[in-house]
Design a protein around this ligand. Structure first.
Ligand code: MG
Length: 206
């Protein structure tokens, strides 16, 4: 497994699936929405998800995650395979009610999305430039099914947008957005995310 200290930055793409943007009453964006989580938000398998603010609405967002393998700026015409060396699945955990109130006030949403343990992350496998499907089960009940074919912005489009503001580094990772079906987690839940091409990863919520 790639150690947490080998990961540089955790880029996240928001609103990258039409039906998810709609379920949260968000406008479908014209350019990729980008935010970051601190590296310390990463939570590998074997640790528990600890609710950071009991009483608030902790929600799962299942996402395809890719790892960047080289340094520089993405240039038009380059392919994802030129830049991406690994892939896995992760959860972009979100305190939804807090995020909604911060959004309404026009305030940054780090407290709702970048808290300790907000980025459960599976083990990386070599990147394969193919569309893939993935699922999220909570307590063995299917909650989300994703197909990367439905991403509004491709890996290339996301790398291009990030490169306008940040120089890419090997070890940077990118959460690519969640499909519809996000929902709440409670203490005692077991959440499992899986893809045939990648594997299955589980966490308990405490
Ligand atoms: Mg997300």
């Amino acid at each position: 497994m790639l150690a947490q200290d080998k990961i540089k930055r955790v880029f996240c793409i928001g609103r990258n699936y039409r039906l998810h943007a709609q379920e949260l009453n968000n406008v479908v964006p014209e350019r990729p929405v980008v935010f970051l989580k601190p590296r310390e938000s990463i939570l590998f398998e074997g640790s528990e998800i600890i609710h950071p603010a009991p009483g608030r609405d902790l929600q799962f967002e299942t996402e395809w995650v890719v790892r960047i393998g080289k340094e520089g700026l993405y240039k038009e015409g380059e392919t994802a395979a030129d830049w991406i060396e690994g892939m896995t699945l992760g959860l972009d955990l979100t305190l939804r009610d807090l995020q909604e109130s911060l959004k309404k006030k026009g305030l940054p949403w780090e407290k709702a999305k970048a808290f300790d343990g907000s980025a459960p992350l599976g083990a990386f496998v070599p990147y394969v430039p193919e569309k893939l499907t993935f699922t999220c089960h909570v307590n063995d009940r299917l909650r989300q099914t994703g197909n990367t074919e439905l991403m509004i912005f491709s890996i290339e489009a996301c790398l291009a947008e990030i490169s306008r503001y940040w120089r890419l580094l090997p070890g940077d990772i990118m959460y690519t957005g969640t499909p519809e079906g996000v929902g709440s987690l409670a203490s005692g839940d077991r959440v499992t995310i899986a893809s045939a091409s990648i594997g299955a990863f589980s966490w308990f919520v405490r």
